[in-house]
Design a protein around this ligand. Sequence first.
Ligand code: ATP
Ligand code: MG
Length: 224
Amino acid sequence: MPAQPLIDIQNIQKTYWNGSVATPALRDVCLKIREGECVAFMGPSGSGKSTLMNILAFLDAPSSGSYHFAGVDITSFDEDYRAHLRNAAIGFVFQQFHLLPRTTAFDNVRLPLMYAGVGRHEQKKRAYEALKTVGLADRMYHRPNELSGGQQQRVSIARALVNNPKILFCDEPTGNLDSVTAKEVMEILKRLHNSGRTIIIVTHADDVASYAQHTIHMKDGKIV
Ligand SMILES: Nc1ncnc2c1ncn2[C@@H]1O[C@H](COP(=O)(O)OP(=O)(O)OP(=O)(O)O)[C@@H](O)[C@H]1O
Ligand SMILES: [Mg+2]
């Protein structure tokens, strides 16, 4: 059975309007990403990487063009449905970790499950499993300020994984890390990819992009 692409966007345009000033951020972008792929996006500042990622991750809607996700045309779905898809299918890892400061690693990872209404016992089991996956089971009762930068990013990867998302979106995941720690984090993402997870990374760093199967270069709102 030929696997249909997980992500299939055609002729996506995105224009931001500030009053009467138009900023075209994406121009006629077409892209297919299959389940299990690991893709890196690179390109100069302002080239449209975050704009594209926001659309792919259901945070924002394109101005025109179509988006099929797992074969379903979701182009005209409203914000409520996008939020539903986002919660069900997407995990996010950010440059700045975005962990709650006075909360243990374990509770930071449990939080998405609490919001999703998962039972307490299941929450604890899955949070522990996710922390084990990133090698932090022994640090689970530490707060973020008691963890190194790399450990904090691993907690945020565990938090992104705990809902078992189809896709992990990583926006500059190593941007705040030294090169040794960055490598540790990329090794974890590589392991997740090897176990079948679809991973999309935005990065400025060639050595980070080299972990991906494909690198997509963007310039002036286009894929080049
Ligand atoms: N909310 C917004 N309103 C108006 N213009 C925007 C908005 N967000 C982004 N833009 C513009 O859209 C273009 C693409 O921005 P985007 O954030 O996607 O770039 P990027 O490739 O992610 O850059 P960086 O590497 O700096 O993060 C830029 O010209 C930017 O100024
Ligand atoms: Mg950006």
